[in-house]
Design a protein around this ligand. Structure first.
Ligand code: GLN
Length: 304
């Protein structure tokens, strides 16, 4: 199959659909992004890559970072992790507080904000230099040193982090946060502020298509069984209260962020990242969802 032609057709069809959407307003720095940016990068495990548009331009990965913090926390804690965070879809918006009170400060899963605040707390405890060490981990997965925090975005979010602060305080009151709440929030907002391109994200996620081994240096990050578990969690929790629709339309495990990025993986063959800043009401990229739906529809390369 001519995958470059498939990607070119996807670009044309998505642009012709005139989808619209909105930029996130609650992180002031993200409001200034050009809404017309659009790029996609597909990376196969056997080393081929296909791309279009703004696929090499960096953007704010936001909640996509929750997969990286989850992987590191899971490596430190193993199945003990599940005493502090669940693996069920939440059915609620990513920044919702309501379940936390009923469920005694144990977030439904690690890919909503509350859950990622718990994995952030674990990394603040376990890493010697949390922000530096975490960034090094993401760089190793990506195979590039050109991955950085955007301090402006991190502080822009920190200043407006009232809901996340409420969550972390509520969880602390239940004994599910061990560190100072400000340290946890600072780490969390920095992780969200990491900037990567579609090409870099697709490379970083290729480890999940390769049974936990980083393809470019053959290092084992996760066992086969742990990789299965991370991919399962992405599949049932990666898109908040739109996870069913994403699975129905695309049929791949993945993760989105309010920066407009979505990355998805096929568990044995490829990873793919798409970026378009305009979001739907659930906080997922409008064009990104359609582009990925077209990819698996045209190629048949979903997990089903
Ligand atoms: N930093 C964002 C927040 O905490 C991430 C949310 C997202 O990308 N869905 O609200």
């Amino acid at each position: 199959m001519d995958l470059q032609k498939v990607l070119n057709d996807i670009k044309d069809e998505v642009l012709a659909a005139n989808l619209g959407g909105h930029l996130p307003t609650y992180i002031p720095e993200l409001e200034h992004i050009d809404p017309d940016k659009f790029g996609m990068h597909l990376q196969t495990l056997d080393g081929r890559s296909f791309a279009f548009g703004d696929s090499s331009e960096k953007f704010s990965i936001q909640s996509i970072s929750k997969v990286f913090t989850l992987v590191q926390a899971f490596r430190f804690k193993g199945s003990e992790l599940w005493k502090r965070v669940g693996v069920e879809p939440s059915g609620d918006p990513f920044n919702s507080l309501q379940q936390l009170e009923f469920e005694n400060g144990i977030p439904r899963n690690p890919l909503i904000n509350a859950g990622a605040l718990v994995t952030a707390d674990i990394l603040v405890s376990e890493l010697k230099n949390p922000k530096l060490d975490f960034l090094e981990f993401v760089r190793e997965l990506t195979g590039s040193r050109e991955v950085f925090y955007n301090e402006k975005v991190a502080y822009s979010e920190l200043e407006c982090s009232h809901r996340n602060a409420a969550m972390v305080n509520l969880m602390k009151s239940f004994g599910n946060i061990q560190n100072d709440v400000n340290l946890v929030l600072d780490f969390y907002c920095h992780a969200c502020s990491i900037e990567m391109s579609c090409a870099e994200l697709a490379n970083a996620f290729l480890v999940f298509s390769n049974h936990g081994i980083i393809p470019h240096n053959n290092k084992e990050v996760l066992s086969v069984s742990y990789t299965k578990r991370i991919n399962s969690i992405m599949h049932v929790c990666g898109f908040y209260d739109e996870v069913g629709m994403f699975s129905y339309r695309v049929g791949l495990p993945g993760k989105s962020g309010v920066g407009g990025g979505i990355v998805a993986i096929h568990p044995t063959d490829y990873s793919v990242a798409v970026w378009s800043p305009e979001l739907n009401t659930k906080g997922n990229s409008e064009k990104g969802m359609m582009a990925l739906e077209l990819l698996t529809t045209k190629t048949g390369y979903s997990i089903f």
